[in-house]
Design a protein around this ligand. Structure first.
Ligand code: SAH
Ligand code: MG
Length: 212
């Protein structure tokens, strides 16, 4: 799995100084190295651009790596709202999105995402693309909130659904959320409102389309 991912990253993604600077800024600020992989980032860009999505909601900003990848997909007239519990992280992400030229197209709301999602539902906000990548234990709650905020046909994309391989590979080191993710993947796969597939790049990215 690791070798294949490395192969895909090296053949299908190019050196990207902007994204590499984001990774450096995350390290310099003592933040965790848990941004999406280069291929997962490219997939996000492609999915936003192929779907024509313009109102994107991200749950879990960290340093803005996935935020830049999402914004690259929507061009001049799209916008990204990003939810992040750590104000310090949201500030760095905003700085990095600004350096990438998307500062005026992104807004951050800090605090526990579940609470912010309730606010957005009360404000009757609508989005046509979602990227779920925050605390794994809340994925099912995030999915339910996203469904309430989704335009018909919206895409909901979720990261880390392989949990380092531990959802299927008995030799992979189990994670705190392995059992949870196994259950979550089944929920997504069998959800009556979703058509979905897990794509095994990076740490696993599930792409789901809202069909009902
Ligand atoms: N999407 C980012 C990586 C996100 S890492 C990228 O690929 O570039 C997960 C992020 O979720 C961290 O920044 C963490 O602070 C944030 N997070 C964790 N729990 C959260 C919560 N309850 N609400 C909002 N954000 C949360
Ligand atoms: Mg992730």
């Amino acid at each position: 799995m690791k070798l294949i991912n490395h192969y895909i990253d090296s053949v299908f993604t190019k050196e990207d100084a902007l994204l590499e600077n984001v990774i450096t800024s995350i390290q310099e600020n003592g933040m965790p190295s848990i941004s999406v992989s280069p291929s997962s980032g490219k997939l996000l860009t492609m999915l936003v651009s192929i779907s024509g999505a313009k109102q994107v909601l991200e749950i879990g900003a960290l340093g803005g790596y996935s935020g830049i990848c999402l914004a690259r997909g929507f061009g001049e007239d799209g916008s990204l709202m990003s939810l992040e519990i750590e104000e310090r992280y949201a500030n760095l992400a905003h700085k990095n999105l600004s350096k990438a030229g998307f500062g005026h197209q992104v807004s951050y709301r800090t605090g526990p995402a579940l609470h912010t999602l309730e606010e957005l539902i009360n404000e009757q906000k609508r989005f046509d693309f979602f990227f779920i990548d925050a605390d794994k234990e809340n994925y099912e709650n995030y999915l339910n909130s996203c469904l309430e905020l989704a335009e018909p046909g919206a895409l909901i994309v979720m990261d880390n659904v392989l949990a380092g391989g531990s959802i299927a590979d008995p030799d992979a080191k189990p994670k705190r959320y392995t059992e949870f993710m196994k259950h979550f993947n089944k929920t997504v796969a069998n959800h009556p409102q979703l058509e979905s597939l897990l794509i095994p790049i990076g740490d696993g990215v599930t792409v789901a389309r809202v069909i009902g």
